[in-house]
Write a protein that binds this ligand. Structure first.
Ligand code: ADP
Ligand code: TRP
Length: 338
């Protein structure tokens, strides 16, 4: 699937990630990147900091979130000597390309984009004017994202369901430009959705999300992780009563982290009435700590030596820029008839 392909992933710096973010987004993104590299493809991974300023205006908070996200990806195994790892705002060609793309972006695309529509719906629910608090950055977000993608001749963009529409918009804009100039100036990107990625439930059974306050933390100490795991909702049936594992929240969360053999062991224990809730919570806790232990150490190291990370990001930008420069030149030559 990735043979000689260019795969690009963007990530918004949004707060300290939890187990759901890690298992549902960070780990799969790094794995896909590795698969692309093994298939002689290329992997671009960037932090979408221009996207973040639409919502976050405090420089100290922005800077902190950017540092956290950079350190997390490195701690989780992203190899910056193989993947091109950079910050969006270090690539000056991106806003220039965006300006050209605007001229080929129907305004209707932006009206229909999910992020904008969701913000309008929220205003309507609150009885406010449609565009209350909505800035142009949020409104035109998909065109900037199209520039992120098209600048590097990206073939494949791994995304969650919510981002599919944005990749389709990028593809449509590229198609319109290629058709107008009657030559393949831009590569048409495709999205890829990983259907094996599970939605991790939180400790109250709803989707794990920082907005629900039901998360299992990743980078806090063992005590905090234990506290979260021990608070996972259970009922008061006795251990001996045989149970259907699929109805048990601890087991549901375990599914996204355990090996098949570990999962089998927990499932059998529940079905046969041999494992109680205390046992299975300890099994989950051990699995979570085993998964995060090394990563947490690396994360703490990078946060304490951020100058090393800064140097990696700058090196990444230097590797990424020539391709973006070439795309911008191709576009300008075509657009201005040079
Ligand atoms: P949150 O819901 O905590 O605010 P975000 O919306 O910032 O999380 O999500 C960041 C990334 O993590 C997205 O790619 C999203 O699909 C993924 N993600 C978030 N929550 C989960 C979850 N519970 N299970 C799997 N993936 C998740
Ligand atoms: N919009 C993406 C998100 O909210 C982040 C992003 C920005 C991105 N530019 C991108 C993702 C380009 C993939 C490709 O998660």
């Amino acid at each position: 699937m990735f043979k000689d392909k260019k795969v690009l992933t963007g990530v918004k710096p949004t707060g300290t990630p939890h187990l759901g973010n890690y298992l549902g987004a960070i780990k799969p993104a790094i794995k896909l990147g590795q698969q692309a590299l093994e298939a002689d493809g290329k992997h671009y991974m960037f932090i979408a900091d221009y996207h973040a300023i639409n919502a976050e205006k405090d420089p100290a908070v922005l800077n902190r979130k950017l540092q956290e996200i950079a350190c997390i990806y490195l701690a989780a195994g992203l190899d910056p000597s193989r993947s091109v790892f950079y910050r969006q705002s270090d690539i000056a060609e991106i806003p220039e390309i965006t300006t050209i793309l605007y001229a080929y972006t129907p305004k209707g695309f932006m009206n229909k984009a999910h992020a904008y529509k969701a913000a309008v719906d929220k205003n309507r629910e609150a009885g406010k004017p449609d565009d209350d608090g909505i800035n142009m950055g949020l409104y035109t977000y998909p065109t900037l994202m199209a520039a992120d993608i098209l600048a590097y001749d990206t073939d494949i963009v791994p995304v969650g369901k919510d981002q599919v529409q944005h990749v389709e918009i990028a593809r449509d804009i590229a198609g319109a430009i290629n058709a107008h100039y009657n030559r393949p100036l831009l590569t048409l990107p495709e999205y890829s959705i990983d259907n094996n990625v599970a939605l991790v439930p939180g400790i109250d059974g709803r989707k794990m999300s920082k907005s629900y306050g039901n998360v299992i933390p990743l980078f806090e100490d063992d005590k905090a992780i234990k506290k979260a795991v021990y608070s996972i909702k259970t009922d008061c049936r006795p251990m001996e009563e045989p149970k259907n594992p699929d109805e048990i929240l601890v087991y549901e969360i375990y599914k996204s982290i355990a090996t098949p053999a570990q999962l089998q062991e927990m499932g059998d224990g529940l079905r046969e009435g041999k494992l109680g809730y205390g046992h299975i919570k300890n099994m989950l806790l051990d699995a979570v700590i085993a998964e995060v232990k090394e990563m947490r150490e690396k994360y703490n190291y990078y946060m304490a030596h951020y100058e090393e990370v800064e140097a990696m990001l700058e090196e990444g930008a230097a590797k990424a820029r020539p391709t973006a420069q070439a795309t911008l030149k191709r576009l300008k030559d075509a657009v201005f008839g040079r």
